[in-house]
Design a protein around this ligand. Structure first.
Ligand code: PLP
Length: 289
């Protein structure tokens, strides 16, 4: 089946099942499109030579989507989604990696309940190069304080909503300035997260990441898995509020996300970083990449 950009795609629709990928699935009066009122997940699918596909950390993604939907007060039928994901993934048979998006909207204002779909496409074309060469990253001011989300549930901190226009605008700004990706910094100068990834850094055998909660950042499933496995492998792990100066002095800095995996930062705000291939290889392996 062929997706919008001419590449292969598989589409599964909530309450319907697998359909032709050109099938319209969202109504014009759905606040999911008119106001970004919905949530999503992005996962990696790996298909072995036998044609059998496995989605990395599916339980963690479904658990986070359950929490996102609850924060938005949108019903989320977990067993129905699990079945739809399995049915849709079974239709994708290209060996290797693919990207899976689960997307839930509030549904048509005229009624009918939530709308949702599972959308599978190839791995983005630039990921192999970025994984190989590492990331040139610039920092951009997110314009909010590092504790702006404390006690303000309506700001939807940590919720993976569809309102990602700021995140993609930041990535465009990064591209305009010749960077591969962006790292958001709070108005008071603290390291936050990337537009579509968590930030992890190492000093010796300690891995650090930004605390969730008041910072409003998303709790990354890849960062969480990495910290669990790293702790079992003898690393210390810590949630650390860091300034940019502290980040510059780290041994290795990674941007970490489900589909691209952990990729080390080779340049931060124009300053070259020395790559540590042995440490980097260990972190990638712990994440399953
Ligand atoms: N932070 C943001 C804002 C994200 O959008 C993402 C993933 O897309 C992440 C962090 C990393 O989360 P995960 O590792 O679960 O993919």
């Amino acid at each position: 089946m062929v997706g919008a950009d001419g590449g292969p795609a598989v589409l599964g629709v909530l309450g319907v099942g697998v359909v032709d990928p050109s099938t319209p699935v969202i109504r014009a009066d759905d606040p999911g499109v008119t106001r970004g009122d919905g949530c999503f997940e992005g996962c990696r699918l790996q298909v072995g030579p036998d044609g059998i596909g496995i989605i990395d950390k599916l339980d963690a993604h479904l658990a986070r989507m359950t929490r996102s939907a609850a924060s938005l007060e949108i019903p989320f039928d977990e067993p129905a989604w699990r079945a739809l994901v399995a049915e849709t993934a079974a239709e994708w048979t290209h060996p290797g990696e693919a990207a899976v998006k689960l997307l839930l909207t509030r549904g048509p204002a005229s009624g009918g309940g939530p709308a949702g779909f599972v959308w599978i496409t190839p791995l983005p074309a630039d990921y192999p190069r970025l994984r190989r060469d590492g990331l040139r990253v610039i920092t951009l001011d997110r314009g909010v304080g590092s504790a702006a989300f404390a006690g303000a549930g309506w700001l939807l901190g940590g919720v993976k909503t569809l309102s990602y226009a700021i995140n993609v605008a930041a990535q465009r700004e990064g591209a305009r300035r010749g960077a591969d990706d962006v790292l958001f910094v709070s108005a008071d100068g603290m390291v936050l997260e990337a537009p579509t990834g968590s930030v992890v850094w190492s000093f010796g055998r300690t891995l650090h990441t930004t605390p969730t909660g008041a910072s409003g950042i998303l709790a990354g499933t890849t960062q969480r898995l990495l910290f669990e496995r790293a702790a079992a492998a003898g690393w210390r792990t810590a949630d650390t509020r860091a300034t940019l100066d502290e980040l510059h002095s780290a041994d290795v800095v990674w941007l970490v996300s489900s589909v691209r995996g952990p990729v080390d930062v080779v340049e931060l705000d124009g300053k070259a970083r020395t790559r540590l291939p042995a440490v980097d290889a260990e972190i990638r392996r712990l994440c399953g990449f």
